[in-house]
Design a protein around this ligand. Structure first.
Ligand SMILES: [Ca+2]
Ligand SMILES: [Ca+2]
Length: 258
């Protein structure tokens, strides 16, 4: 390697190190409330003097997402949890009070549950790493627009299916039926967008939750996404056809990975 190449390599390495430092500092200085990745049904308490009722001694968990799932799986009254992002200490808790005994620095940040509206027939469901506030499969035959409007009337949208774990939840709900889910390319052929948050359908999602060869825009007429009963995966279909549907309640701190 000549001197010029060596100098250039050193400069690039220096840039990478500096950039990493900038990212690290940015991550540490993020202002509250912060949404921990994946925990769309918990939010971090922005005020440091809230106190949760601890349910048990903490354990070491790999992430705040995993901590929240473990808390819910093991404690029926898990309404909050404490998570230390440095030591990975995870402490389960129930109700949150604006009183004494706030989270210690050892316990880390308080995450508390954002409610899913059970009164409208929604409930929190999860499979693997996916969690969502969903209503049961509606056996009412509507076209795509009508189905979405029916969800909107409940303050919801047609369900998103961004990951295979989320698809597993849909499979439990819908089984061997047909259902509209919330994605379409009505605004631009070939550019599928989720109803939930208007984000584009990612390539990884196309590979993991769509039937092989789909979406194929058959006859140039397919612009809305359905759950297809045969292989229980997604497919684009004609929006005017009538199917059942599944509604999802967007949560205030949804971080759009599901
Ligand atoms: Ca299409
Ligand atoms: Ca198709």
């Amino acid at each position: 390697m000549n001197n010029w190449k060596m100098l250039r390599s050193c400069f690039l390495l220096l840039c990478v190190v500096i950039f990493d430092q900038i990212l690290e500092v940015a991550g540490q200085s993020t202002s509250f409330p912060v949404i921990s990745k994946g925990m769309h049904h918990f939010k971090i308490d922005p005020t440091p003097d809230f106190a949760p009722a601890r349910l048990a001694p903490g354990w070491i968990d790999s992430s705040s997402v995993s901590c929240g799932i473990s808390c819910m799986q093991h404690y029926a009254d898990c309404l909050s949890f404490l998570y230390n992002r440095t030591t990975h200490l995870c402490s389960p808790a129930s109700s949150v009070f604006n009183k004494s005994d706030p989270p210690t620095s050892k316990e880390g940040e308080l995450h508390y549950k954002v409610t899913c509206d059970y009164s409208k027939g929604f409930r929190l469901m999860f499979s693997g790493s996916a969690m969502a506030c969903l209503a049961n499969y509606q056996v009412v035959w509507l076209n795509y627009t009508q189905a979405h409007e029916a969800c909107q009337a409940k303050g919801a949208v047609l369900a998103s299916v961004k990951t295979f774990d989320k698809l597993a939840i849909l499979r439990n709900l819908v089984g061997g039926n047909m259902a509209w889910v919330g994605a379409d390319d009505l605004a631009g052929q070939g550019y599928l967008v989720w109803k939930l948050d208007s984000s584009p359908v990612a390539n990884e999602t196309l590979e993991s939750v769509f039937s092989p060869g789909e979406p194929n825009n058959a006859l140039g007429l397919e612009h809305c996404v359905q759950y297809y009963y045969v292989n229980r995966m997604l497919n684009d279909d004609q929006c005017s056809i009538r199917y059942g549907y599944v509604c999802e309640m967007p949560l205030p701190f949804y971080d759009n990975i599901f």
